[in-house]
Design a protein around this ligand. Structure first.
Ligand code: TEU
Length: 573
């Protein structure tokens, strides 16, 4: 692999299993459903699937609250189904990674039950079980899902830390037993044949010793109080290196520190051949510099990170209703590419299961016109699949999926939204303003079932969460046979990437970056160059003279103008 590990040129595709395909009519997506639809993904050209959690879970946070890391969630199938899915992926030349949620476990995990039963015993040290009295939590940290980050556990007469829902108990990583348990889970799954893990909120696992109070935030960022004490904790790098060595490496190499390997001259060389699992970090809030450090070659921490700054321009939060300015996309990408070194790499994403659809944020209502919706869907695909970095598509992006028209809280299932609405009312906000926030930001926009057929096709039963989008033309069945669809565009782009390494490994040079709403760059490698050109606006644009002469490969190319929302890839002459 060396300088060019497989995941650098791969296209990843995130499956949200609960909402992908339901094979048995219980309204919840399952592993058989994924297997039945693998050809959709193979046909699209996907290289690696990432499955959101499929492990046993009471589903307070839809699988991000795991009660057994070695068992499959009842509604989703069995271990034998996972084995079949792994085999079915590998048969098609695809890889598969799972979601490792180990900042916390469900309060129904055996470890937590034992901890509560005997807080002074060995399992008591798996969690943050702090002594105290019921009226005074150990510090002022807030939970991301509203309220304090502490829950009083009467049976144990202790406080338990939970950065997320009050049933998601934070694990104590400074306990070597916890590190060993997690490494064992990783080894167990690698032995079953998976190709790595996406590691949930992995930058939160090292908490500042003594758990000091956070400096309080005000207003919208209230839920972040305490974040400075765990978002890049003092032992984070060490925990990750240990996890890589004991979990992700099949044949444990002789212990050596990065410094020793540097002395060996090994840092400049290929990664050890026994490295088996890719480590994709979900890393909220780390920014470019820390992200770069966490995934730097030879530091042996993460392989890829997610930088969430792309999701909202400064001054905006997910709960705001606003039109996302595509100029910001350009500014964001220019800025981070300028700060990454030639050996650095990052993941490139626009959608996931925690956010409203980027297509709708940019469309800001204009995507109600199916032609505009298609055009913006193609434009975003063009940028994401030709940007420098590893693209992570989220299910539905290839179909031009948009936000939903939920009408009340009863339509929603996400714990974050369900908790947040009453918390906003309690803070003095009126019900209308509170609902407007939820409607802008709810994670359920992205979690509605895939539209396989015009009528749905996700389940024969009642879906666990209902989608409201019924616009004709945007189901998988319709798009697969339409050469002008968002799906066909994705497929053509991915095929092009495969054939031309300039689009993956090539250099990237911006063209006329100061031209507003014009997002264009040249990707070049070994004498082959492609021009990517987008008009991210609803008005016709004159083509800048700085664009090099080129012939279109994907899309049409009028010599003088770019149509509204037009995107194209051309070969530079
Ligand atoms: O998300 C972590 C995270 O920081 C956020 O995206 C979070 O969901 C929200 O934006 C806070 O306001 C990961 C998972 O992707 C998410 O689904 C889980 O709920 C969360 O961790 C807890 O496991």
């Amino acid at each position: 692999e060396g300088e060019d590990p497989w995941w650098r040129s791969a296209v990843f595709y995130q499956v949200y299993p609960r909402s992908f395909a339901d094979s048995d009519g219980d309204g919840v997506g399952d592993l058989r459903g994924i297997i039945d639809h693998l050809d959709h993904l193979a046909d699209l050209g996907v290289d690696c699937l990432w499955l959101s959690p499929i492990f046993a879970s009471p589903n307070r946070d839809m699988g991000y609250d795991i009660s057994d890391y070695r068992a499959v969630m009842d509604e989703m199938g069995t271990l034998a189904d996972v084995d079949d899915l792994i085999a079915a992926c590998h048969e098609r030349g695809m890889r598969i990674i799972l979601d490792l949620v180990v900042n916390h476990t469900s309060d129904e995990h055996e470890w937590f039950r034992r901890a509560v039963a005997d807080p002074d015993g060995p399992y008591g040290r798996y969690y943050f079980l702090e002594e105290g009295t019921e009226d005074a939590p150990p510090n002022n940290w807030k939970s991301f899902f509203s309220g304090p980050a502490w829950r009083w556990i009467p049976e144990a007469q202790r406080w338990a830390l939970h950065l997320f829902a009050d049933s998601q108990m934070d694990l104590r990583w400074d306990n070597p037993d916890v590190q060993r348990e997690v490494a064992d889970v990783v080894q167990w799954w690698l032995a079953r044949g998976i190709d790595g893990f996406r590691l949930d909120v992995i930058n939160y696992i090292s908490k500042a010793p003594g758990l000091p109070d956070g400096h309080p935030f005000v207003g919208e960022l209230l839920e972040f109080t305490g974040v400075e004490h765990y978002f890049y904790g003092p032992r984070l790098g060490e925990f990750l290196r240990t996890l890589r060595r004991d979990g992700f490496t099949r044949n444990r190499p002789p212990a050596s520190t990065p410094r020793e390997r540097l002395a060996d001259g090994a840092l400049a060389g290929p990664l050890p051949a026994d490295e088996v699992g890719v480590m994709v970090g979900e890393t909220p809030g780390i920014g470019v510099e820390l992200g770069r450090m966490l995934s730097a070659r030879g530091r042996d921490e993460l392989d890829l990170t997610f930088n969430f700054d792309v999701l909202e321009p400064p001054g905006r939060v997910r709960w705001d209703n606003y039109a996302y300015d595509p100029e910001y996309l350009k500014r964001y990408w220019r800025d981070y590419l300028a700060r990454l070194g030639p050996r650095d790499w990052i993941s490139v994403f626009l959608d996931n299961h925690d956010n409203p659809r980027m297509l709708s944020k940019i469309g800001a209502g204009r995507e109600a016109d199916p032609a505009v919706r298609t055009a913006i869907g193609k434009l975003l695909a063009t940028l994401q699949l030709t940007m420098r970095g590893t693209p992570f598509l989220f299910q539905g992006q290839e179909l031009g999926a948009v936000n939903q028209e939920f009408s009340s809280l009863d339509d929603l299932r996400d714990v974050e939204s369900v908790n947040r609405f009453p918390a906003l009312l309690e803070s003095g906000m009126g019900p209308r303003a509170a609902w407007a926030q939820i409607l802008s930001g709810t994670r359920d926009h992205a979690r509605v079932p895939m539209r396989w057929t015009p009528g749905g096709g996700f389940t024969t039963g009642v879906p666990w969460l209902a989608g409201t989008d019924e616009v004709p033309g945007f189901s998988a069945a319709e798009q697969a046979v339409d050469p002008d669809s968002v799906y066909s565009w994705h497929r053509a782009l991915i095929a092009l990437r495969r054939r031309h390494p300039a689009l993956t490994r090539g250099s990237l040079t911006w063209v006329a970056p100061r031209r507003r709403n014009y997002l264009a760059y040249v990707r070049e490698l070994d004498g082959e160059a492609f021009l990517v050109e987008c008009n991210a606006s609803e008005t016709t644009m004159r083509r800048p003279s700085a664009a090099p002469p080129a012939e279109p490969v994907l899309g049409i190319r009028d010599g003088r103008r770019l149509a509204p929302w037009e995107a194209s890839v051309s070969r530079v002459l």
